[in-house]
Design a protein around this ligand. Structure first.
Ligand code: CDP
Ligand code: CDP
Length: 226
């Protein structure tokens, strides 16, 4: 048997509020350990952008359900990142627009929307295996609680709201962070919260390399750096 066959397939879940540092740390871990990086926030954003383009209102559940039924979801792997295709097309920068920032949490609160992405998100582990990655690092709001509750590593990132607003502003983005956090934390379907057993990291006064180092030390107990 080759040594590769003995190597574990590792699933890393990272959850947290807006601008807590999920994407940057997930990207760094994907490079360090050769994991497929899955940004599920971009999936909710792409769905939102598509539904808005179709003129669908988040308050009109029958219209949302009907529109979702017409969408075919696929995956394209770009380097170490998974990208969601909707009817064969990958969304662009419009998913970071103010319209999407304001609407995404309203769509994401709908069970029918979460259901539409549930099996698809779990299936990303098969995509990672098929592409010979050593595992998957998936970030979002409910990865360690709902999508992969048995993930090998579950991290929950926190940071003071004022610091998170500063981070977004430094990126030149106008974002409704407080409002999204409020909606994401208070919804009934898969609310944002630190699941029991997850490792919480307060990143307010940590640099990104320090956050990545903390996570890497834990992961390296199972997987050597690539
Ligand atoms: O980058 P940022 O943390 O600001 O947000 P994001 O990860 O791009 O997620 C955008 C929105 O999608 C969130 O505010 C949630 O409403 C929703 N989302 C979710 O409900 N569940 C996930 N697993 C990921 C995102
Ligand atoms: O994915 P999420 O919205 O949680 O956050 P991000 O996009 O990874 O991080 C938002 C911004 O904060 C980026 O520009 C990061 O470089 C920065 N950041 C930071 O300054 N210090 C940290 N400890 C983590 C992230």
């Amino acid at each position: 048997m080759s040594s590769q066959a003995l190597e574990p397939f590792v699933i890393v879940a990272i959850d947290g509020g807006a601008a807590s540092g999920k994407s940057s740390s997930a990207r760094a871990l994907s490079e360090r350990f050769n994991l497929l990086h899955v940004d599920t926030g971009s999936y909710y954003r792409a769905l939102t952008s598509e539904l808005l383009a179709q003129g669908v209102d988040a308050g009109d559940i029958p219209a949302v359900t009907s529109a979702l039924g017409g969408l075919r979801l696929g995956t394209r792997v770009d380097g170490r990142s998974a990208r969601m295709e909707i009817n064969g097309r990958i969304a662009g920068e419009e998913i970071r627009s103010r319209e999407v920032n304001e609407a995404v949490s309203h769509f994401a609160a709908l069970p029918v929307v979460r259901q539409a992405l549930l099996a698809y998100q779990r299936g990303q582990a098969d995509v990672a295996r098929a592409r010979s990655f050593r595992g998957l690092v998936m970030e979002g709001r409910d990865i360690g609680s709902v999508i992969f509750p048995n993930a090998d590593f579950r991290f929950f990132l926190e940071a003071d709201p004022a610091e998170r607003v500063r981070r977004r502003a430094r990126e030149g983005q106008e974002d409704s962070i407080a409002e999204r956090d409020r909606l994401d934390s208070s919804r009934r379907a898969s609310p944002l919260s630190c699941p029991a057993g997850a490792v919480a990291i307060d990143t307010t006064r940590l640099t990104l390399p320090e956050v990545v180092e903390t996570m890497s030390r834990a992961i390296a107990s199972r997987l050597s750096p690539a």
